[in-house]
Design a protein around this ligand. Structure first.
Ligand code: ADP
Ligand code: MG
Length: 257
């Protein structure tokens, strides 16, 4: 699904560019839920932004192959239409645009890029209602402006409704658990499982789940856990690695690596 090899990236700052990713390599197979954990400032969000193609981030070395294509040959909207979904640590508000308008426009632009027929108003609303119900979100909220006045937890829930509607092959979720209370965490975690887990047949989806905490991983059970520190992956293991990190801290686990 995604192969990252020796990725180096810099970010624009007030005093010029700063190198953040320093030789990051990671492979995520179809069917896999791969959790990335790591200390604050390690470069987790930077990795998400580089994969999404956010302006201000510069790739200075290495490669990323996504579904057989060079990811960096694609503009952000092309990456999205090719099946990449990015969930933000800090979702943005878009005043003046309703969720319904935004999501229908997004879904239909992607369909157009892939040569599929657009969804009619009725078809779209049916889909949106179904996905909102999955995330236990009031359909009325879909009529409101994107994220405007939403609580932290509501923004994360709305983002998972977005993901359900766009139905991506690969999702990068950056601290989707932040700002969620324990009930919302379960709803969102169940939502991720429902949208991104293989139901039958050949695996065709994968998730890169960036999180600080074990608690989301109790609901969305990862196949692999990697530690990102100092701009590279320093350790990869199974779900037990997340438990160890939570119990012992990054310093202790990395000292053993
Ligand atoms: P994480 O998500 O792992 O906590 P980030 O990827 O957000 O870490 O940040 C990695 C490092 O890059 C941090 O030291 C952060 O201060 C720095 N950084 C991120 N964005 C910028 C920016 N726009 N200008 C300068 N430094 C930045
Ligand atoms: Mg971050």
């Amino acid at each position: 699904m995604l192969t990252i090899e020796n990725l180096h990236a810099e970010v624009d700052g007030a005093n010029g560019r700063t190198a953040i990713l320093k030789g990051l390599s990671l492979e995520i197979a179809a069917g896999e839920i791969h959790a990335i954990m790591g200390p604050n400032g390690a470069g987790k969000s930077t990795l998400a932004h580089v994969l999404g193609g956010k302006p201000g981030y510069h790739v200075t070395g290495g490669s990323v192959t996504f579904r057989g294509q060079n990811l960096f040959d694609l503009d952000p909207h092309e990456r999205a239409a090719t099946g990449l979904f990015l969930g933000f640590q800090y979702p943005v508000e878009i005043p003046g645009v309703s969720n319904v308008q935004f999501l229908r426009e997004a879904a239909n632009s992607q369909r157009k890029y892939r040569g599929e027929e657009p969804l009619s108003g009725g078809e779209f609303l049916k889909l949106a209602k179904e996905k909102a119900a999955l995330l236990k979100m009031d359909v009325e909220m879909l009529k409101r402006q994107v994220n405007v006045g939403f609580s932290g937890g509501e923004k994360k829930r709305a983002e998972m409704v977005q993901m359900g509607i766009l139905d991506p092959a690969f999702a990068v979720l950056d601290e989707t658990d932040s700002g969620l209370d324990i009930d919302a965490l379960r709803v969102v975690g169940d939502g991720i499982n429902a949208i991104m887990r293989q139901k039958d047949g050949a695996p065709d989806k994968a998730v890169l789940l960036i999180t600080h905490y074990q608690r989301l991983l109790e609901v969305v059970k990862p196949d692999k856990v990697s530690v990102l520190a100092g701009g590279r992956i320093v350790q990869t293991g199974g779900p037990e690695l997340a438990l160890r990190l939570e119990a012992e801290g990054y310093d202790a686990v990395m000292a053993d690596a």
